[in-house]
Design a protein around this ligand. Structure first.
Ligand SMILES: C[S@@+](CC[C@H](N)C(=O)[O-])C[C@H]1O[C@@H](n2cnc3c(N)ncnc32)[C@H](O)[C@@H]1O
Length: 358
């Protein structure tokens, strides 16, 4: 999909956590040297001019995915908006018709709208009106859960004017299937902690499927959110933490609680696990050292997943060092600063020499 208007500059909206927008820019500069920041649209959300096409950038990031850049979407059309009539005017505009005509009729699409400023329009109204018009115009089917193509709409104030930025891209090229990378979950029954979303997001983003009836080791388990998620996935869990687990887990015979530090538990027994997860509140480098010590506890085809806790002011050297320590024993399959991560990056790994596709 190229820009509908050949004279239009290659623009994109880059989104990252506002605390990590600088490292996200560095990743962008590495992938697309001379990319130019045009302006902040909201904290962590920037309009950028690219020296290459959006698809070229996406291809580079497919080969070497960024850690901090959470979402990108192209901008192929910009239109001022003012009132409720703006949607109808947008639909009639030639710029929008060009975006519509670039939709592939045989591939499902969705419209993802983000409103970054006070605006008379509601995302639901924009999504509904645009989806209906695009489906009718192109013949493509609407599929909001599993779209192949995404029309991204960002309503924002830019250079003092209320505008919508519109762009069409392959869903797989946007770094996240969710608008702006905002991965939403509803509170499940029996949820123990918000940390559960962190693990659920990681399983989804990294396409990890867990072995039902497998054995999992949860280091830094308390109060038990991750243990709860792993139990929901059918795993048996050894939960290690000097702090107490939530009482709801005490009665669960599928959970063996070990009241100890991960350091102390290391010397105790040597079971083999299908999965080791680690969400310990600990310097990323110390935590990585412990993970390498626990590598001997992982079955040859097993998976490991951890959060690397970062200091409040991001220091690349700490994350790089932690990743280097892990690489002594593991092959890193993915590392992302996820939407539900705070000052941390989630990393998933296999034992070295066992880098299989899941
Ligand atoms: C962010 S919480 C974990 C939340 C958990 N994943 C959940 O879903 O509920 C961090 C935990 O790491 C534990 N922790 C810190 N140092 C530890 C150590 N050396 N060994 C084991 N657990 C540790 C803390 O007691 C704390 O419960």
């Amino acid at each position: 999909m190229s820009a509908p208007d050949a004279n239009f500059p290659w623009l994109l909206v880059l989104t990252a956590s506002q605390d990590y927008i600088e490292p996200a820019f560095q990743e962008l500069s590495g992938a697309a040297p001379n990319a130019k920041k045009l302006g902040a649209l909201a904290p962590g959300i920037w309009l950028v001019e690219l020296p290459t096409t959006f698809a070229e950038l996406a291809a580079v990031w497919r080969g070497a995915p960024p850690i901090f850049a959470r979402h990108i979407c192209p901008v192929q059309y910009i239109r001022p908006i003012s009132d409720e009539n703006s949607i109808a005017e947008l639909l009639r505009s030639s710029g929008f018709q060009q975006v519509a005509s670039a939709l592939v009729p045989t591939e499902p699409f969705s419209v993802q709208t983000r409103i970054l400023t006070e605006c008379v329009l509601h995302p639901y109204d924009i999504n509904t009106a645009l989806s209906a018009a695009l489906a009718e115009y192109s013949g493509a089917a609407l599929d909001v859960r599993y779209p192949v193509q995404v029309v991204s709409v960002v309503a924002t104030r830019y250079k003092g004017q209320l505008v919508v930025l519109v762009g069409l891209s392959r869903a797989a090229d946007n770094l996240s299937a969710w608008a702006g990378g905002v991965h939403r979950f509803t509170h499940g029954q029996g949820q123990i902690s918000r940390a559960e979303f962190k693990l659920l997001e990681a399983l989804d983003v990294f396409h990890i499927s867990l072995a039902a009836n497998g054995q999992a080791l949860d280091l830094g388990a308390a109060p038990g959110g991750w243990t709860h998620v792993l139990r929901q996935c059918g795993m048996w869990v050894v939960a290690v933490d000097p702090a107490k687990l939530h009482p709801a887990l005490a009665a669960d015979r599928g959970v063996q609680y070990v009241c100890a530090t991960a350091e102390a538990y290391l010397g105790r027994s040597c079971e083999r696990f299908d999965l080791i997860v680690n969400d310990m509140r600990m310097d990323a480098r110390d935590s990585a050292h412990l993970m390498t010590a626990y590598a001997a506890w992982l079955k040859p085809e097993g998976l490991a997943l951890m959060t690397c806790k970062l200091p409040e002011r991001y220091q690349p050297a700490i994350l790089n060092r932690a990743l280097a320590i892990l690489q002594d024993k593991y092959s890193i399959q993915g590392a992302r600063q996820l939407y539900h991560n705070r000052n941390e990056v989630t990393v998933w790994m296999r034992l070295k020499g066992k880098a299989l596709a899941t």
